[in-house]
Design a protein around this ligand. Structure first.
Ligand SMILES: Nc1ccn([C@@H]2O[C@H](COP(=O)(O)OP(=O)(O)OP(=O)(O)O)[C@@H](O)[C@H]2O)c(=O)n1
Ligand SMILES: Nc1ncnc2c1ncn2[C@@H]1O[C@H](COP(=O)(O)OP(=O)(O)O)[C@@H](O)[C@H]1O
Ligand SMILES: [Mg+2]
Length: 159
């Protein structure tokens, strides 16, 4: 019982600011939303994504007609990738990011506030706890993730 509860509190998700978000200088605002919501940053880096990493990240999409354009977009410039931790991080982050197509994303979400086209939708967010675990392992080395005590942790979550 205790273990399941702690797993939910310490859930991690992978969020990436895509090249359009970096070019448009939205990185700070996106980080701020996750900080203010109450999540804890445990990993952060900027990188130029390789086609190999992208094909592993989007392995279910490689056969889609838009995949070649997705590769061009995602490799067009640097990406800022981060891992956020906290209670129910995956589900809450998806709600904060909004639906895939910005036309369907609610105002108040990252996509609903900052994007207009599905192929330039500013951020990535893991869509399940299992997917998040896979993506975190794909994008980060173990030592790049920090376990640190955040003094707000027991204020934002019931422990
Ligand atoms: N017709 C489409 C569908 C998707 N995409 C791009 O492909 C990404 C991955 O699609 P999908 O995984 O279905 O969307 P999300 O899970 O919402 O986005 P992400 O995985 O990037 O978080 C989208 O974010 C978008 O950048 C696109 O350019 N054109
Ligand atoms: N029909 C589409 N046309 C163009 N790009 C798409 C389309 N569907 C998805 N994408 C792109 O692929 C990304 C990954 O897709 P998916 O994982 O299904 O959605 P999400 O990004 O919301 O998790 C989307 O964010 C979007 O950038
Ligand atoms: Mg996705």
């Amino acid at each position: 019982m205790e273990i399941i509860y702690l797993a939910g509190v310490r859930e991690r998700t992978l969020i990436a600011v895509k090249p359009d978000g970096v070019q448009r200088r939205l990185v700070g605002q996106i980080i701020q939303r996750f900080e203010l919501r109450g999540f804890k940053l445990v990993g952060l880096k900027m990188l130029q994504v390789s086609e190999d990493l992208l094909s592993r990240h989007y392995s279910q999409l490689t056969g889609k007609p838009f995949y070649p354009d997705l590769v061009k977009y995602m490799t067009s410039g640097p990406v800022v990738v981060m891992v956020w931790e906290g209670y129910n991080a995956v589900q809450t982050s998806r709600a904060m990011v909004g639906l895939t197509n910005p036309a369907d994303a609610q105002a108040g979400t990252v996509r609903g506030d900052f994007s207009i086209h599905v192929s330039r939708n500013v951020v990535h967010a893991s869509d399940s706890p299992e997917g998040a675990q896979k993506e975190i392992q794909l994008w980060f080395q173990g030592q790049e993730l920090l376990n640190w005590d955040c003094c707000y942790h027991n204020i934002t979550c019931e422990l």
